[in-house]
Design a protein around this ligand. Structure first.
Ligand code: ADP
Ligand code: ZN
Length: 604
């Protein structure tokens, strides 16, 4: 039997394991149970695929995502692995064929939907295999679906504990990208994985560049962002269905291949759009968070948030859909104080219990802290997820590291803002308070008699944008709270008192406008090492891949990943042997595509 490392090279075309992969594989090959926590893109799949290939018999993979099983199995077949799936999309005859193949020992990996696994028919099949010692392992993918507290809960997952009782000798691996301790414990309890060893990878996603900017002109900002990302696949998240539709239409009109996706759409249309996103190159999916779990597309190059998510967890999970292939990707978000007000209102007016609301408010505050931090965003994220970073940590791949915001002593304007809130009776939102501070004696101000206040017009020195930034930071710092019973009214907290009295200085981050800092950007191609001729070859390789994928009726990434094409374009391998040394080209791909790829390089 080849070793795991040999399989990594010959089948998958990679030379080294990442993070805990090697330890996990050794543990499972030896028959141990495992709980695997790894971020999206961390490389969970080979943690059960390689053990299944090494151990005798078939590895059974429970996956909740019927839509993706086909692609997963296609990808394995392209690697030369005997794989199949069983779910409701197959006819009875097709399913029978798969079952016979499993019994004949012709399969190494069998993907199955949880409801199918639990049928007496399938459990009988497993019994037969087990009696012949032909069950290699069970992998339970997206294991957080056992958690009743998460929105991915699947009731069938609870019954998967049957595997522990019925097949105590078959190793089980549960995998998830959800890291919190509560979910971890639920997986252990509900799947009866009491003795399982836990493997936790770092949740850092170094290839994702985090950028969080204040919303000025949403369309202009988005247009500028997308202008540098022509023909790249991405997701644009919006809070409401209405905004999804409007944004998708606007983008389509501006010449982008943009499609909408939300729960209010007809399900056939939704499926069709999802399929186009997965299969076609460079589609932008404009979506609500209904477009979520199991977007297994590895080459999503950016995730945009046009509205604030509800917590750091959501932000991390949603942005995590970018760059599973490890290639440079962007997480780009716009936000404003109105987002905070809106989210707060949704929490406050929701049906949930008070305790839940309190937790939700805390989570929103933490997210606002991330938005307003002048320090490294990645450090902030990792700290939040329990991976403490040194205070001076600089990741070099977030907006704050790339062009550090300046801070300034804003003690005086902060006092002005706080007293404006106080003098107007803590009854108004930021927009109105800014009118007062900037001395705009409009009809409403006059009607309320506010032009006579001592704070009226004392803040003319700062612009509208500067004041908005300042108010947001006051909320992020916890000196001011948003009261959402009404309309985003701002109120002072007790922490504001010493600031108002001048006992505590207020250092705030300067807005982009005040520093005039234009974020310098390298062109993407250069960033990826694709200068001149390499870029042209890369484009030709992509065109070839598009044709090949269409012929095989699989997504482009199933043929070869972007990273592989890029390396070919840069390295220009001159022989089959040289081509085989490129990461991601295993024996099967080399056999199938080797000559063609060399010809493309040579004709260049
Ligand atoms: P996950 O399921 O954790 O999101 P995948 O299993 O889909 O991640 O793997 C993400 C990407 O990383 C895939 O393109 C996979 O081929 C690649 N990958 C996995 N392990 C390695 C490795 N050891 N070396 C290089 N690439 C790897
Ligand atoms: Zn950073």
């Amino acid at each position: 039997m080849p070793s795991p490392h040999q399989i990594l090279q010959s089948v998958f075309g990679y030379s080294t394991f990442n993070g805990p992969q090697e330890a996990i594989i050794a543990h499972v090959v030896a028959g141990g149970d495992a709980i695997v926590l790894m971020p999206t893109g961390g490389g969970k799949s080979i943690c059960y695929q390689i053990p299944a290939l090494v151990r005798p018999g078939v590895g059974v993979v429970v996956s909740p995502l019927i839509a993706l099983m086909q692609d997963q199995v296609d990808a394995l077949k392209e690697l030369g692995v005997a794989a199949a799936f069983l779910n409701s999309s197959l006819t009875a005859a097709e399913a029978g064929q798969v079952e016979r193949a499993a019994l004949a020992g012709d399969l190494k990996l069998l993907y199955v939907a949880p409801e199918r696994l639990l049928t007496p028919r399938f459990l009988d099949l497993l019994d037969t295999l087990a009696a012949r010692a032909a069950l290699g392992l069970f992998a339970i993918d997206e294991a957080h679906c056992v958690s009743q507290w998460g929105h991915d809960f699947r009731v069938e997952y609870l019954q998967l504990s049957v595997l522990a009782e019925r097949f105590p000798d078959v190793p089980r691996v549960a995998l998830t990208a959800t890291a919190d301790t509560m979910t971890r414990q639920e997986i252990r309890d509900r799947l009866h994985l009491n003795g399982a060893r836990e493997f936790v990878a770092s949740f850092d996603r170094p290839n994702i560049r985090y950028t969080i900017a204040e919303r000025e002109d949403e369309h202009r900002q988005l247009r500028a962002f997308l202008a540098e990302r022509k023909n790249e696949a991405g997701i644009v998240y919006c809070l409401s269905r209405k905004k999804v539709d409007a944004t998708a239409a606007w983008l389509a009109k501006s010449g982008h291949r943009a499609l909408p996706y939300h729960a209010g759409m007809d399900s056939a249309e939704r499926r069709a759009n999802q399929l186009r996103f997965l299969r076609e190159d460079g589609v932008i999916m404009v979506a609500t968070i209904a477009f979520g779990m199991g977007i297994d597309k590895p080459d999503v190059r950016f995730v945009v948030h046009l509205d604030l998510p509800k917590s750091i967890e959501s932000y991390y999970q949603e942005t995590g859909r970018a760059g599973r292939d490890g290639e440079h990707s962007d997480a780009w978000m716009l936000y404003g104080l109105s987002d905070v007000v809106q989210q707060r209102r949704m929490i406050d007016t929701g049906e949930a219990e008070e305790q839940y609301k309190r937790v939700s408010r805390g989570k929103l505050d933490a997210l606002l802290g991330l938005c307003e931090t002048p320090t490294c965003r990645r450090a902030r994220l990792l700290n939040y997820f329990g991976e403490p970073q040194p205070a001076d940590y600089r990741c070099g791949n977030c907006d704050n590291c790339l062009s550090p915001p300046e801070t300034w002593d804003a003690s005086e304007p902060v006092r002005m803002a706080l007293s404006a809130i106080y003098r107007t009776g803590q009854r108004y939102g930021a927009a109105y308070l800014i009118e007062i501070l900037r001395g705009n004696a409009n009809a409403t101000v006059k009607e309320r008699g506010h032009e006579g206040l001592s704070v009226f017009g004392i803040g003319r020195a700062l612009s509208d944008v500067q004041w908005r930034s300042l108010f947001r930071q006051l909320v992020a710092l916890g000196w001011v709270e948003v009261d959402t019973e009404g309309y985003g009214t701002l109120r002072l907290t007790t922490e504001a008192r010493p600031v108002l009295r001048g006992e505590i200085p207020a250092f705030l981050r300067r807005t982009a406008e005040t520093t005039g800092a234009k974020r310098e950007r390298k062109p993407r191609a250069e960033l990826e090492g694709l200068a001149g001729g390499a870029l042209a070859l890369f484009e030709r390789l992509k065109a070839w891949r598009r044709e090949t994928a269409a012929t095989d009726n699989v997504p482009a990434y199933v043929i070869l990943h972007d990273r592989v094409l890029r390396e070919i374009a840069v390295e220009r391998p001159a022989s089959i042997a040289a081509l085989g040394r490129i990461a991601g080209i295993g024996e099967n791909k080399l056999r199938r595509f080797g000559e063609r790829l060399l010809a493309l390089v040579n004709n260049d």
